[in-house]
Design a protein around this ligand. Sequence first.
Ligand SMILES: CC(C)(COP(=O)(O)OP(=O)(O)OC[C@H]1O[C@@H](n2cnc3c(N)ncnc32)[C@H](O)[C@@H]1OP(=O)(O)O)[C@@H](O)C(=O)NCCC(=O)NCCS
Length: 158
Amino acid sequence: MESLQIMISRADSSTLEEILSLLNTVDLPPDGVAEYIDGFLIARDETGSLVGCAGMEQHGELGLLRSVAVTPELQRSGLGTRLTEAILQYATQQGISEVLLLTTTARDFFEQKFGFAVAVRKDHDDRLKQSPEWRLPRCSSAVLMKVNIQPQTHEIER
Ligand SMILES: CC(C)(COP(=O)(O)OP(=O)(O)OC[C@H]1O[C@@H](n2cnc3c(N)ncnc32)[C@H](O)[C@@H]1OP(=O)(O)O)[C@@H](O)C(=O)NCCC(=O)NCCS
């Protein structure tokens, strides 16, 4: 798997349908992706196929990390880690200092690899009430996780 040639780049509206197709494959919600497409990164393999994505909804200094997805054939190959590192780096460049995410399936991934810790949802309702993902009924049962990052350095604060 180490020899896979994967290119990570910024998404734009021309990649929307491919992103939505991948999210559908891994059963993640499409809501709000079009609105926040400028905050998405995509990964392509050497054939040009879209094999991963990750999105950051920016709400001031708060970021909502969402849609971290890797095509099933390439899961557990390190690509999810690369994409998450890249999107957190992007967040620091945007001046984001606090990153939240909602997950029902990958709590351990974000906790163990990136230092996210479980947070209290109602503490963030006011700042995220505009987010389409935040308002989804299916996300109401998801675990909320949070990590602080330092703009430009990507160091994790616990
Ligand atoms: C979660 C996801 C993005 C991880 O990407 P990946 O490329 O498979 O993960 P990586 O290969 O970079 O990392 C693998 C490591 O994470 C762990 N891991 C991967 N997916 C995990 C999950 N769902 N839960 C817990 N741990 C997970 C593996 O055990 C492995 O640990 P190790 O390195 O100690 O062996 C990917 O599995 C995926 O697309 N899942 C479906 C969509 C999803 O649930 N996304 C998260 C919601 S925001």
